[in-house]
Ligand binder design. Structure first.
Ligand code: PRP
Ligand code: URA
Length: 207
């Protein structure tokens, strides 16, 4: 498994603003949008290209296009905020929603919605979820996508706990993980510390 933590100064700057408890939902959503686009840029650096012949006003030339079909798989709810900024950059991507929430007592994921089509029709799945805490939700999402037949899967998140990265690494060793930061630890309630609190509540004002 390869874990990529962005070293870009803009990501560090914006992530700090995102974490601040004073940051209200409108600004929080803007920052999720901006950081997600930076992470996508880094996570797609290895996408294969295919030839695309075009004509400029001056000459015919062999251009290029992205050579694979991409699927965005947001984990509801918090992953929703990462969809629009990414589809802006990848307008032909498909979006397949997965609904998972953490049981507050066991911290284990509960699946409540799965909108994947019967047959896989994409080459690269990008799982979108701002928070990788215990790793239970991410592992469950990868399990679902693998059972479905996804060929290549990557995880895009904003903040992870070391415990979550390790759990994902144990369960799916080959999975590339792209993050803005890995924090110190989980607290006794399974929240990432220092983290940013509940990413769903902070985006949607439901705290
Ligand atoms: C959050 C987050 C992840 C999950 C991470 O969702 O968006 O999906 O927790 O925790 P884990 O790594 O321990 O599984 P939550 O369950 O709070 O649901 P929500 O997005 O609907 O608020
Ligand atoms: N989910 C969140 O939204 N935040 C955390 O810190 C952990 C799980």
């Amino acid at each position: 498994m390869s874990v990529h933590v962005s070293a870009h100064p803009l990501v560090a700057h914006k992530l700090t603003l995102l974490r601040r408890q004073e940051t209200e939902p409108t600004k929080f959503r803007d920052l999720v949008r901006e950081i997600s686009q930076f992470l996508l840029y880094e996570a797609t650096a290895d996408l294969p290209l295919a030839p695309r012949p075009i004509s400029t006003p001056l000459a015919a030339m062999e251009g290029q296009r992205i050579g694979v079909r991409i699927g965005l798989v947001p984990i509801l709810r918090a992953g929703l905020g990462m969809v629009e900024p990414l589809i802006e950059l990848l307008p032909t991507a498909h979006v397949w929603h997965l609904g998972l929430y953490r049981d507050h007592h066991t911290l284990e994921p509960v699946t409540y919605y799965n909108k994947l089509p019967a047959q896989p029709d994409i080459d690269v799945c990008l799982i979108l979820d701002p928070m990788l805490a215990t790793g239970g939700s991410a592992v469950a999402a990868v399990d679902v996508l693998k059972a479905w037949g996804a060929a290549q899967i990557k995880f895009l998140g904003l903040i992870a706990a070391p415990e979550g990265v390790e759990r994902l690494r144990q369960a799916h060793p080959e999975l590339p993980i792209h993050l803005a930061a890995i924090d110190e630890q989980l607290n006794e309630k399974g929240y990432i510390v220092p983290g940013l609190g509940d990413a769903g509540d902070r985006q949607f004002g439901t705290g």
